[in-house]
Write a protein that binds this ligand. Structure first.
Ligand code: GAL
Length: 832
């Protein structure tokens, strides 16, 4: 029996411990509030730059570097969605480890001294499979998604509460001393709520009440929700948000998604949004009273596994973001925005304590002044919104300014230009791919191969039966991209049926057909439309004929409303004289997934034996559909990012050491038209403007995160499932590094050049201070030049990892260009 003294001592010690932990929490607690002009963090009035990094689109090993680069880029907060379908792939079974460990991700963000913006959704869109919803949710009896439906609301509340509780338990909310300063519920519901009518309105009210009831003590936001119930702050998403005003005059003007580029579809080109235009949009936002701005994406990353949304979202989610898919600085975007953040931050005091007052100067030019009264400090934005005409603005005693078309100048004290969104003073980096090993390395790979085991499905044997054509996600529960639809047809009248047509009406997205074990053909959805009709000539024989259809799909945002697979059909046979047999209500047998998926052929330790098949090593087949391939390779030395070049392959999925690096489809080329050689940053951006990579594979290179690789000779295994036929002998591994850097600065500015990853500047190809012209890689001298241009830059840079100097006559010697406005310096250097 314990003595009362021991009890008392224990209670006392426990109280001290609790008090201690309370004190430590209190000591670190961060208070977050806001008014119309500022986000107020521990009493400090702030403007906030935030950047989206979705934790599952990179690896935990990459997180610290990405976060650090965001911090160096002048980012104050990292924003992310939470991805429900990955955390709860089966109802009640949760996953929070590896790159799903968002608690660890948030702690790393905090360790770097940054805040977190937590967008729970739990509907997120995000080009993510099914918009983040688990497919089991769709299949719950009586459920209707994103509306006033009790089944759905119960699940949404349960999951949202789970996430909030995990954050609370880890002390992640700001008042607990954690990094989270805002949380979001729902996502852009306002854009689609109209058809939901009254139920939509009551649903959004419920979302607000439910969110509030979770007591997180930081403000909640809703994006694109102009009727957001108070106390939700409604925020803006788009390429530009300067014209946005929150629905409550007491709310800060917040921009949750500034799209830094765009995502890529299979068959699509590479989106490209200029640094000048992103900077213009941001500067316009703060000119017009903006307080919080988030880049969507700051780092886009990779859609590993089957995470890409449907139907045709590519595996790379690079997004043309300031950090590229692999985490390299995307220059000049990263650096140009970094300078913009510093320029705006220098006016933070004035910006957050006064309201803008704008004078229209004419021809699209506006001067916006912020004055911090009674102190009288000033901060100005001088914008030229004209899309073609540059402006020369004379502000009398406050100076004369050259404001290029579609640009904003930031004027410290309203009389000194510290930044202009169109004058880029940051290096451009050209990333190059280096083959690993000798050029013939790919020829040296030993390939093993195995046909997808299909005998069961080609002879009509599935796992379950129905007398109708099922909807794909209802049939598979999203356990695989693939669903076999199998039936038989008896033919007596060979005159009518020997040469027939198989016609399949499908809602998408890819269909492969086999008749009597013979491959008949493949077809897929045209971009933008999920439905298509497959029609191919077939030969039928007297007696039993096997029809085996493989449908492949993944899910987009509104797949609760639009079906996938051959649901309902019809599936028809058209015989001589247009006689039609409808097979839609035949007995259909079904099998979810591939035999190779079930046998886990992608697992490294998996035995090469499989049913009727066996890995073969001789006579590597090429151009054959439904093949598994495997090879081993060395991890490239160093730390540069690694990619596999899948040029020559058709369509399928790839794994490295048993981990999926995503779907691949290099045979899908981007359209030939719509890429211009030059890109004018001026005028409103849309996702096809300035697109690149016309006529080439949408995605040829696939990211293999370093952490997926082991060291040592041939210790790594690449496994491919090839769906439509490809040639693995062309495959090679490459590393990425900066090959060249180009610098462009106007007179008076400092040029900094840097090669990443420990490389040095080995050569200066071009350097001219005067009026040189051209784009990176094709610079040309102008009519005037300081004679010492090249030698000065050579002396300052060659042999160094970074160098910097001022673009002034003091550095380069005098030069008379006879021009009214600034001279500039262009440099093209090589990194080795
Ligand atoms: C928004 C959506 C994001 C993302 C973006 C496009 O409408 O909220 O999740 O899908 O579009 O990249």
């Amino acid at each position: 029996m314990q003595s009362s003294w021991t009890n008392w001592t224990n209670t006392f010690l426990l109280s001290i411990a609790l008090l201690g932990s309370c004190l430590s929490v209190l000591a670190a607690a961060t208070d977050v509030s806001y008014d119309s002009r500022a986000i107020i963090i521990n009493g400090e009035r702030r403007v906030i730059f935030s950047g989206a990094i979705h934790y599952p689109r990179s690896t935990p090993e990459m997180w610290p570097d990405l976060i650090q680069k965001a911090k160096e880029g002048g980012i104050d907060a990292i924003e992310t969605y939470i991805f429900w379908n990955h955390h709860e792939p089966q109802r009640g079974k949760y996953h929070f480890s590896g790159n799903l460990n968002f608690v660890k991700f948030f702690k790393l963000v905090q360790k770097a001294g940054l805040h977190v913006v937590l967008r729970i959704g739990p509907y997120v869109c995000a080009e993510w499979n099914y918009g983040g919803f688990p497919v089991w949710l769709h299949n719950l009896p009586g459920v209707q998604l994103r509306t006033d439906n009790q089944v759905y609301k119960d699940e949404m509340q349960r999951f949202t509460t789970k996430i909030v509780n995990l954050c609370k338990e880890a002390n992640l909310f700001a008042p607990q001393g954690g990094p989270i300063i805002f949380a979001q519920i729902e996502n852009e519901y306002g854009n689609i709520m109209e058809p939901y009518g009254a139920a939509g309105k009551s649903y959004i009210q419920w979302c607000a009440t439910m969110a509030e009831s979770l007591n997180i003590s930081v403000p909640w936001i809703m994006c694109q929700q102009s009727d957001a119930p108070q106390t939700m702050i409604n925020t803006c998403n788009g390429f530009y948000c300067d014209k946005f005003t929150p629905n409550n005059p007491k709310s800060p003007k917040m921009w949750t998604e500034n799209w830094t580029g765009w995502f890529k579809n299979w068959g699509g080109k590479d989106p490209y949004r200029t640094a000048e235009d992103v900077a213009y949009a941001v500067a316009r936002f703060f000119q017009t009273g903006g307080v919080f701005q988030n880049y969507y994406m700051y780092h886009g990353g990779t859609n590993f596994g089957r995470s890409a949304g449907g139907p045709f979202i590519a595996t790379s989610y690079d997004y043309n973001a300031p950090l590229d898919e692999y985490g390299n600085l995307n220059q000049p975007k990263w650096g140009h925005l970094k300078q913009l953040h510093a320029a705006i931050k220098s006016g933070q005091k004035v910006l957050t304590s006064s309201s803008p007052s704008t004078t229209q100067i004419g021809n699209g030019v506006d001067l916006t002044t912020y004055v911090n009264n009674p102190v009288g400090d000033k901060f100005c934005f001088l914008s030229n919104n004209n899309t073609t005409e540059d402006a020369h603005v004379d502000l009398k005693q406050d100076g004369k300014y050259f404001v290029p078309a579609w640009s904003v100048s930031i004027l410290a004290g309203c009389n000194k230009e510290i930044y202009n969104t169109a004058k880029v003073n940051t290096q451009t980096s050209v990333i190059v791919k280096k083959s690993v090993g000798s050029n013939n390395e790919s020829a040296k790979f030993q390939w093993a191969w195995l046909s997808e085991p299909m005998w069961d499905v080609l002879t009509g044997k599935g796992k379950f039966r129905e007398t109708k054509l099922l909807e794909q996600k209802e049939a598979t529960g999203d356990a695989s991209d693939y669903l076999w639809y199998l039936t038989t047809v008896e033919i007596n009248d060979t005159t009518t049926w020997t040469n027939a047509i198989l016609r399949v009406n499908t809602t998408g997205h890819v269909l492969h057909a086999y008749v009597n074990q013979n491959f008949t053909g493949s077809q897929w959805t045209a971009d933008g439309d999920h439905r298509f009709i497959f029609e191919k000539p077939i030969t039928l024989k007297s007696g039993t004929n096997f029809i085996s259809l493989l449908s492949a799909t993944n899910y987009g945002s509104f797949f609760d409303l639009s079906p996938a697979g051959i649901v309902g059909g019809p599936v028809q046979l058209i015989g001589k004289g247009n006689v039609t047999k409808d097979l839609s209500s035949n007995p259909w047998s079904y099998k979810t997934g591939l035999g190779g998926e079930r046998a886990r052929l992608y697992k490294v330790k998996q035995s090469p034996m499989l049913g009727r098949g066996k890995w073969a090593f001789k006579g590597l087949p090429s151009g054959k559909p439904m093949m598994w391939y495997r090879t081993s390779f060395n991890a490239p030395s160093g730390t540069d990012p690694v990619v596999v070049d899948l040029q020559g392959m058709g369509k399928g999925q790839a794994w490295v050491n048993g981990r999926s690096i995503g779907r691949y489809w290099p045979s899908f080329l981007a359209g030939k038209d719509g890429c211009n050689t030059s890109c004018d940053y001026r005028g409103e951006y849309s996702s096809d403007k300035c697109a690149m990579n016309c006529g080439n594979p949408t995605q040829r290179w696939y990211h293999i995160p370093r952490s997926y690789l082991g060291n040592g000779k041939h210790t790594n295994t690449l496994t491919l499932f090839e769906e439509i036929g490809g040639d693995p002998s062309q495959i090679s591994f490459q590393t990425l590094s900066i090959g060249f850097v180009c610098g462009s600065v106007y007179e008076g500015k400092t040029l900094e050049l840097s090669c990443q990853g420990g490389q040095t500047i080995s050569e200066i190809h071009f350097a001219s201070f005067g009026d040189p012209q051209g784009n990176c890689g094709s610079f040309k001298k102008g009519s005037c030049e300081a004679v010492n241009s090249l030698s000065t830059v050579q002396k300052a840079c060659v042999g160094k990892t970074t160098c910097s100097f001022n673009a002034t006559e003091a550095t380069f010697g005098s030069v008379n260009c006879g021009h009214k406005y600034s001279k500039r310096l262009l440099v093209h250097a090589r990194c080795l």
